[in-house]
Design a protein around this ligand. Structure first.
Ligand code: HEC
Length: 178
């Protein structure tokens, strides 16, 4: 009997260790199929970069439903913001479509992700947390980028406290019910 119980016990310990993973971007996994499994929210042109960038924002379906109704986002919400390079003309100026919007190439610059899980914010001090959100940045090949100032992500997103720390997912920003 004893021999039988030992491995089960250590598996339970491992599971506990995993759930208590230290705070930081490592807690976030990049979903492979966000382009099809998630709901498209918005595209934002960034003209202030060295190269034109367009940010394509996606959110998981359950959270999209809440956002549509102006309700706080549920635990497990994941938001993907894929930055793609925009095309340039012969003079290095951003290529634009007939509405003046940037024209995206297929080339991904990097992918920013935010995720909300119950209790995640508790590992940070009151002044350092953005609710229960964590933030991560992945390179175009899907690798987590460690040399990013992740405290800065939380700091800036704290300003959006009344919209559940997000800037772009509520179609009617004034509608968030608390
Ligand atoms: C100086 C403020 C600022 C900082 C710093 C910042 N963000 Fe944001 N973030 C924004 C704004 C504003 C938007 C809305 C899109 C836009 O206008 O570019 C946004 C949008 C997002 C979104 C889409 C969901 C949403 O909240 O609207 C994600 C995901 C995201 N940011 C992740 C990150 C990550 C990861 C970092 C840190 C590497 C970070 N952000 C740092 C201001 C900031």
């Amino acid at each position: 009997m004893r021999r039988f119980f030992v491995p089960i016990f250590s598996a339970a310990l491992l599971a506990m260790a995993a759930s208590a993973a230290t705070a930081g971007p490592e807690r976030i996994q990049l979903p492979v199929f966000y382009g099809t499994d998630f709901v498209f929210v918005d595209a934002v042109d960034k003209p202030d970069r060295d190269r034109p960038v367009i940010r394509f924002i996606y959110i998981n379906r359950e959270a999209a439903e809440k956002a549509r109704k102006g309700e706080p986002l549920p635990t497990g919400t994941k938001i993907i913001m894929a930055e793609q390079f925009g095309g340039t003309d012969g003079n290095g100026r951003p290529q634009r479509d007939k509405h003046g919007r940037f024209v995206a190439t297929k080339q991904i610059h990097r992918i920013l992700v935010s995720e909300k899980q119950a209790g995640w914010g508790e590992t940070y001090s009151e002044g350092e947390r953005a609710g229960d959100w964590e933030f991560a940045v992945f390179s175009a090949d899907g690798k987590l980028m460690p040399d990013v100032d992740y405290a800065a992500c939380r700091r800036c997103h704290r300003q959006a406290v009344t919209y559940d720390f997000t800037f772009s997912v509520f179609p009617n920003l004034s509608a968030l019910k608390r």
